[in-house]
Design a protein around this ligand. Structure first.
Ligand code: UDP
Ligand code: MG
Length: 354
C-alpha cells in the first residue's frame, strides 16, 4: 500500500454503487431497497451528493433480474441499470458499471449484500480524507465452510508467493475514486482480474474491515470448479511465475537424467551381473512423458492468453440502459439511442449552419 500523501477532499462526492447481477431475482429487490435507503441516509448527512445512485449491471441473467431493475429505475432516480448483451462474468460486469457510469466515487458490491453495505459510510469518510482506493477486507471467515476457508487462505499465500500483489482477504467490495477508475481505464487487457489490477493503479489506498454475512437468498454462482478457475485466472493473468517454474522443473529433470545416465553407464560397464533393465527404461518414459505434457499445458495456458489478448475483443457489450433521466421512454436500446443522438447532432449542426 502506498504512503498516504493526498489532501482531504472538501467537495461532497456523487457516489455510484455498482452491483453486478447474474440471476439475482431472489435477492435484488431487498438489496435495492437497502442500498437506496443507505444512499438517502448518507446524502442527508452530507457525506455524498443528492444525485448519487445505484447502478445494476445485468450480466446476461435468464430470470427476472432485468425487469426488476427497469421497474426500480422507472420509480426512482436513485436506481439505474445497464444490461449486457450476454453473460460476461462478474469481472466484466463490474468493469462495465465502473466505466459506463459518471460519478466522483464508485463502490462495487455484490447483489446478495453478503458484504456489509453499512461500511460504505466508512469508505466515504476515507475517500473524503483523500484516499483513492478503499478495500473492504473480511475480518473473519467463520461462516465459510472449512474447505472454502482453507482454499482461500492457500490461494492468497500462493499468489503472494509468486509475486502478485493482491490485498489479503479482499474480494470485490471496494471504493474507487474517479481518478482511480480513469487510470483503470488505461489497462486494456481482456483477461480481467480486477483485484489484481486495482493495486497496480498505485494511488493512495487503505482498508476497511467487515464481517461477511451468509447469502440470504438465491445461490452462489461460484461452485468449487468455477472458484478454482478464478484462482487459476488470477495466477496466470498476474504472474509469469508458472512459466519460470517450468524452466526450473526442466533444469532439475535434466540434472536428474544426467545422474541416472552416469549410474546406468556404471552398471553396464562394471557390473558382471548386468541384466537389461525393464523398469529403469519404462519408468522414466512415463515420468518424462507426464512432465512434458504438464509443462506444455502451462505454456499453452499463456499462449491461449496471448491469443485472447491479440484479438482485442470487447470486455463487455452494453445492450440496453435503464435510467430515470432518459426522456420519454425509460429504456432505449443503445443502437437506437446512438442513432437519435446522431440525428440531434445533425440538427444542431444544421442550426449552426443556418
Ligand atoms: N455475478 C455476475 N456474473 C456472473 C456471476 C456472478 O455478475 O457470471 C455476480 C452475482 O450476481 C453477484 C456477484 O457476482 O452479485 C457475486 O456472486 P456470488 O454471490 O454468487 O459469489 P460468492 O459470494 O458466492 O463468491
Ligand atoms: Mg455472494
Amino acid at each position: 500500500m502506498l504512503e498516504f500523501t493526498g489532501g482531504a477532499r472538501a467537495r461532497v462526492p456523487r457516489l455510484a454503487v455498482v452491483v453486478p447481477c447474474h440471476n439475482e431475482e431472489p435477492t435484488l429487490p431487498r438489496a435495492l431497497a437497502t442500498l437506496r435507503s443507505l444512499l438517502e441516509q448518507l446524502a442527508a448527512e452530507w457525506l455524498i451528493a443528492g444525485d448519487s445512485y445505484v447502478v445494476c449491471v445485468d450480466d446476461g441473467s435468464r430470470d427476472r433480474t432485468w425487469p426488476i431493475v427497469m421497474a426500480e429505475a422507472r420509480q426512482s432516480p436513485r436506481v439505474r441499470g445497464i444490461k449486457l448483451t450476454r453473460n460476461f462474468g462478474q469481472q466484466g460486469a463490474m468493469l462495465a458499471g465502473l466505466l459506463e457510469s459518471d460519478a466522483d466515487a464508485y463502490v462495487t458490491i455484490d447483489a446478495d449484500l453478503q458484504d456489509d453495505e453499512t461500511r460504505i459510510r466508512e469508505m466515504i469518510v476515507k475517500y473524503r480524507e483523500g484516499y483513492d482506493v478503499v478495500y473492504g477486507v473480511r475480518g473473519s471467515r467463520e461462516r465459510d465452510s472449512w474447505l472454502k476457508r482453507n482454499t482461500a487462505i492457500g490461494f492468497y499465500r500462493f499468489v503472494n508467493l509468486i509475486g502478485a500483489r493482491i490485498v489479503y482477504n479482499h474480494a470485490d467490495f471496494r471504493l474507487m475514486s474517479r481518478g482511480a477508475v480513469d487510470r483503470l481505464r488505461e489497462f486494456p487487457e481482456s483477461n480481467l482480474f480486477l483485484r489484481g489490477l486495482v493495486p497496480m493503479v498505485g494511488l493512495p489506498s487503505t482498508t476497511v474491515t467487515y464481517d461477511r454475512r451468509a447469502r440470504e437468498a438465491g445461490e452462489t454462482k461460484y461452485g468449487p470448479l468455477r472458484l478454482f478457475g478464478l484462482a487459476w485466472e488470477a495466477v496466470t493473468s498476474l504472474s509469469v511465475m508458472p512459466l519460470r517454474l517450468v524452466s526450473v522443473i526442466g533444469a532439475l529433470v535434466a540434472i536428474a537424467s544426467l545422474v541416472t545416465a552416469a549410474w546406468a553407464l556404471g552398471v553396464r560397464l562394471f557390473d558382471p551381473q548386468y541384466l537389461p533393465g525393464w523398469a529403469s527404461t519404462v519408468l522414466p518414459i512415463y515420468f518424462l512423458g507426464g512432465l512434458q505434457i504438464l509443462c506444455m499445458g502451462i505454456i499453452g495456458e499463456y499462449v491461449g492468453k496471448i491469443y485472447l489478448e491479440t484479438k482485442k475483443r470487447p470486455r463487455y457489450l452494453v445492450g440496453e440502459q435503464a435510467a430515470e433521466p432518459v426522456p420519454s421512454a425509460q429504456v432505449v436500446p443503445l443502437n437506437e439511442r446512438r442513432r437519435s443522438d446522431r440525428r440531434q447532432g445533425d440538427r444542431r449542426r444544421g442550426a449552426q449552419v443556418a
